[in-house]
Design a protein around this ligand. Structure first.
Ligand code: R2B
Ligand code: URA
Length: 311
């Protein structure tokens, strides 16, 4: 379904509220957003998604459904309690997508490849719907380095496994390094919304190392393979800690680079679920993990509430 004349399309900017969008999108009719089970012919994007101002992403489908329900009451939208929110992307069986007024909640799975796919499709939703100045958040879990489990970390810089502030994409066999830039204003704003005395836990800003694996790349000793010794693990964790890294997770570089490429302000807020200086296994109970996972959600909800209603 390539529109006539588009085979020789000159690269030109589409009129969009986003920057650097693919000029060839104009040639697609429809454009099928395969992983979200949406297409531009079947769905009126401006009508369905035009009012979206906040896109909130997190790893799992259930956490994003929970956040969607939570944010609904936070922003004062009412729904019959017996009715469950609809997962718009359910039929695709890959990611979940919930819309609560101006808030779009999407799951992203594990790792940069997974989040990058859904980010491409979410950005195309923003583009086709002509959303004005959306803000993106990733809320998640992470391993803390030398900090109390349960601490919330707002990422100041997203670094890759080589401590570079880049997201590497290999295109036509060539690595391209895309800068990972997060919004300094958002970090400041989020920090200002913490309530250290009443929250009962710390919220700090610091560098995040984004790894392509949970086990070896994060220097765990409990993976199926392990070619290093405990003292090498300790040396690695201490070294990255000395360079300002306070936590490790698996999506922040793609998230920061892709949102930056579209000039979208974005922030990463993760709760630490263990202190890696003390171990590798996640020993916290399910109840405790559930409680910790709410912490990034609460902070982002405060931000959304403030933007929508002030004070
Ligand atoms: C944090 O937790 C997940 C791995 O367990 C991964 O998605 C991440 O970034
Ligand atoms: N997620 C990670 O990627 N690493 C951890 O240690 C915990 C959560």
């Amino acid at each position: 379904h390539i529109k006539e004349g588009c085979n020789q399309l000159e690269a030109k900017e589409l009129k969009s509220s986003l920057f650097n969008m693919n000029p060839y999108l104009e040639c697609l009719d429809p454009d099928i957003l395969y992983h979200l089970n949406l297409d531009t012919r079947a769905t009126n994007f401006p009508k369905v998604f035009g009012d979206v101002r906040f896109v909130c992403m997190g790893g799992t489908e259930s956490r994003m459904e929970q956040f969607a329900t939570f944010i609904m009451t936070e922003i004062g939208l009412k729904m019959n309690k017996a009715v469950r929110l609809t997962n718009i992307a359910a039929e695709a069986h890959r990611y979940s997508l919930f819309k609560v007024g101006p808030v779009l909640c999407a799951s992203h799975g594990i790792g940069n490849p997974s989040i990058s796919i859904v980010l491409h499709e979410l950005l195309k939703i923003m583009h086709y719907a002509k959303c004005q100045k959306p803000v993106f958040f990733r809320m998640g879990t992470c391993g803390g380095i030398g900090i109390e489990p349960g601490t919330v970390v707002i990422t100041s810089e997203a670094l890759d496994g080589q401590l570079r502030a880049v997201y590497e994409v290999v295109i036509h066999t060539e690595p391209q390094l895309r800068p990972t830039v997060l919004s300094k204003d958002l970090i400041r704003e989020l920090k200002s919304l913490t309530e250290p005395c009443t929250d009962g836990y710390d919220t700090i800003a610091g560098k995040t190392m984004c790894c392509n694996d949970f086990y070896e790349s994060q220097s765990r000793m409990d993976g199926a393979f392990c070619d290093y010794k405990p003292d090498q693990r300790t040396e690695f964790l201490k070294r990255i800690s000395m360079s300002g890294v306070v936590n490790m997770e698996m999506e922040s570089t793609a998230f920061a680079a892709i949102t930056h490429q579209a000039c979208i302000p974005a922030a990463v807020v993760c709760v630490t679920i263990l202190n890696r200086l003390e171990g590798d296994q996640i020993e916290a109970s399910c109840e405790r993990l559930k409680d910790w996972e709410l912490r990034p959600q609460k902070l982002i909800a405060r931000y959304i509430h403030k933007v929508l209603y002030g004070g």
